[in-house]
Design a protein around this ligand. Structure first.
Ligand code: GDP
Ligand code: MN
Length: 357
């Protein structure tokens, strides 16, 4: 489960990592009040559990409380990376001199945590060549040793006070990663600002299987979303079906753009949210909905699909099988959607459409 920035920052702060002053707001009036309280320039950041907000227009600046209210008015309610913006983080704007990239994650091949640091962070981090990112594996039983932080810092070209502070931040990020059962703790940018070193952004992903013992609330109940590189948007119910759908599309020469698992027993409302999210990805040229009704009732799902795809511009392919299938089919047919019952046939149609558009 990916956390929104402000929740990630709360956890970083608990572990002693410097985070800019700020607060979460849900209205322009609140944004204005917080900007007033902070004084000076502020940054307003859309709180959705997704990256790339800067490029998508979800990170804005304001130099007065009035301007903060205006910017908040524009940001709240906008659709960003498939999520509706309901909250903003209003923070004191840092005078950033340099943007580093810092990350702790799991290297599945090595079977160990890995800590990474690069002097070239920021919104273009995907463009940074692999060799410009310093890396160290951590033996889980030994933990992250202080010398590793120093080595990473030196390799990233840091010296003196910056080196000391950044290696301390890495050490604390690793502590947070372990304590919170995270699979990702990413700080990009780790800002070298006039005010000091700060986590200017935070992307934390908590292991879903550890969620129960972390006692945290979920942002999007039960919906798991994974972004990929292709052009076929996929909505499925169940992790096994998600894998089978990806494999089938790949075998037929298709490329999934993403998939969203709406989970078992999901109803019409869950389907509506899922469609908004999946087609919110601009790469999606065709939407494939692959539902196997067990606990999930096909008629409810069908109702959700009909409501959700109204106004959606990409073609929709549906595979529906299981409980109340006939009723589900009837509902879809009355809205002009012909459902397949076999996954292969639906996948073939989706791949064909994705190549012809
Ligand atoms: P992301 O695009 O979703 O990763 O959002 P970020 O929180 O990383 O913000 C994107 C970019 O906005 C950062 O790389 C910074 O360049 C800029 N930014 C964010 N906060 C501040 C700030 O307090 N001061 C300055 N000068 N720039 C900021
Ligand atoms: Mn970022």
């Amino acid at each position: 489960m990916e956390l929104c920035e402000y929740r990630g920052k709360e956890l970083l702060r608990e572990h002693g990592i410097p985070v800019p002053d700020g607060r979460v707001v849900a209205s322009p009036e609140e944004a204005q009040a917080v900007a007033e309280e902070l004084g000076g320039e502020v940054v307003l950041k859309a709180q959705v559990p997704a990256g790339g907000r800067g490029k998508a227009g979800g990170v804005r600046f304001a130099s007065s409380p009035e301007e903060a209210a205006e910017v908040a008015e524009e940001l709240l309610g906008m659709s960003l990376r498939g999520y509706e913006v309901e909250r903003l983080l209003v923070e004191r704007k840092l005078s950033i001199r340099r943007e580093l990239y810092a990350c702790v994650t799991v290297d599945r091949e090595a079977g160990k945590p890995i800590v990474m640091l690069s002097a070239e962070g920021g919104v273009e981090v995907e463009e940074v060549p692999e060799e410009a990112i310093a890396r160290r594996h951590v033996e889980p039983l030994e933990g992250f040793q202080p010398y590793m932080g120093r080595e990473l810092g030196v390799e990233a070209g840091l010296r003196g006070r910056e080196l000391r502070e950044v290696s301390e931040v890495l050490h604390r990020m690793y502590a947070c990663f372990r304590a919170r059962d995270a699979v990702l703790v990413e700080v990009n940018p780790l800002a070298v600002a006039e005010e000091g070193i700060f986590a200017a952004d935070a992307k934390l992903t908590i292991d879903d299987d550890a969620w129960f013992r972390q006692g945290m609330e979920r942002d999007e109940e039960g919906q798991r979303y994974v972004e990929l590189e292709g052009s076929i948007g996929c909505i499925v119910n169940g992790a096994g079906l998600a894998m089978a759908t990806m494999d089938t599309l790949k075998r037929l020469g298709g490329e999934p753009a993403n998939f969203l698992d709406i989970g078992g027993g999901a109803g019409a409302e869950a389907m509506r949210r899922a469609v908004t999210k999946v087609v919110g990805n601009p790469r999606v040229k065709v939407l494939l909905v692959n539902i196997l009704g067990g606990i999930t009732r096909c008629d409810e799902i069908a109702q959700g699909i009909v409501e959700a795809v109204e106004g959606v511009e990409v073609p929709v392919v549906v595979r529906l099988m299981g409980t109340n299938e006939e009723e589900g089919r009837r509902i879809l047919r009355s809205a002009g959607i012909e459902a397949e019952s076999q996954m292969l046939a639906a996948a073939e149609a989706a791949v064909r459409l994705s190549k012809s558009i």
